[in-house]
Ligand binder design. Structure first.
Ligand SMILES: Nc1ncnc2c1ncn2[C@@H]1O[C@H](COP(=O)(O)OP(=O)(O)O)[C@@H](O)[C@H]1O
Ligand SMILES: [Mg+2]
Length: 248
């Protein structure tokens, strides 16, 4: 579904790679959590997966399509919610979602069905005619999520989806992710919130300073680190060498 081969990116002027020689495979039907502390390279990796940044080296394959050679086919099978959704503030919610529906060629009947479903779930039906700039951050996040799912993408990618969401919305986001994979699709999301990954993910990858330092199921990771039954948190702190820092 997603295959990264030796993907590397260094920003201009930086003295080390933000992402270094990353190999990763995300399989159909799984929720994959991409974990790492702030600055680890999660967003940079995601931007390369969705085609917003071009790797310096390496290959990105989406559903068998090489992102570099066949970007439209690769992008057509993805839906993406960035960490700070950048919506058009002067469109209404409905205008924005219809624009997205047009871009992805979602027919009118399917569009109406999906919009009804998501807007109702997110209690956005009444506000759907209002300008996006009047929406709270959480509401904007829900609009972004609805837009990203409107074409029912096989691969759903989210960058730190739970940040800034109230508990109810965060629960809804999790349910939507679970629902999406139940239908045979794939979810890839980044987080630095370990509990979220622990609750949701079939497999996780841990990135630290641009390098993948662990990957597998929770059980595999625990046994790799030799801590049967230990919490992912302890494992994560050990692997990223952040133990003893002033965490909240
Ligand atoms: N646009 C940019 N220009 C220069 N450096 C960047 C840019 N974006 C991120 N970085 C750097 O790249 C590294 C990885 O950042 P990022 O991918 O945003 O990490 P994460 O999402 O895991 O917090 C960090 O050291 C960050 O400072
Ligand atoms: Mg980030």
């Amino acid at each position: 579904m997603i295959r990264l081969q030796g993907v590397t990116k260094r920003y201009k002027g930086a003295d080390r790679d933000a992402v270094h020689s990353l190999d990763l495979e995300v399989r159909p039907g799984e929720i994959f959590g991409f974990l790492g502390p702030n600055g680890a390279g999660k967003t940079t990796t995601i931007k390369m997966i969705v085609g917003l940044l071009r790797p310096d080296r390496g290959k990105v394959l989406i559903n068998g399509h090489d992102l570099e050679q066949d970007p439209i086919a690769a992008k057509h099978s993805m839906g993406f919610v960035p960490d700070k959704p950048d919506l058009y503030p002067r469109l209404t919610c409905l205008e924005y979602l219809n624009l997205i529906g047009d871009v992805y060629g979602v027919d009118a009947q399917t569009r109406k069905k999906r919009l009804d479903y998501y807007l109702n779930m997110f209690q956005l039906t009444e506000a759907a005619g209002d300008l996006i700039q009047s929406f709270s951050r959480g509401m904007q996040q829900k609009v972004a999520l609805t837009g990203a799912l409107l074409h029912a993408p096989a691969l759903f990618i989210l960058d730190e989806p739970m940040v800034g969401l109230d508990p109810k919305s965060s629960h809804q986001f999790k349910e939507i992710m679970r629902e999406h994979v139940k239908q045979g699709n794939t979810v890839f999301f980044s987080t630095h919130v370990l509990e979220v990954a622990e609750q949701l993910c079939h497999r996780v990858g841990i990135i630290n300073q641009g390098e993948l330092i662990a990957c597998g199921t929770m059980d595999e990771l625990r046994s790799q680190a030799g801590h049967e039954g230990s919490s992912l948190e302890r494992l994560f702190l050990e692997l990223t060498d952040e133990g003893g820092s002033d965490e909240k």
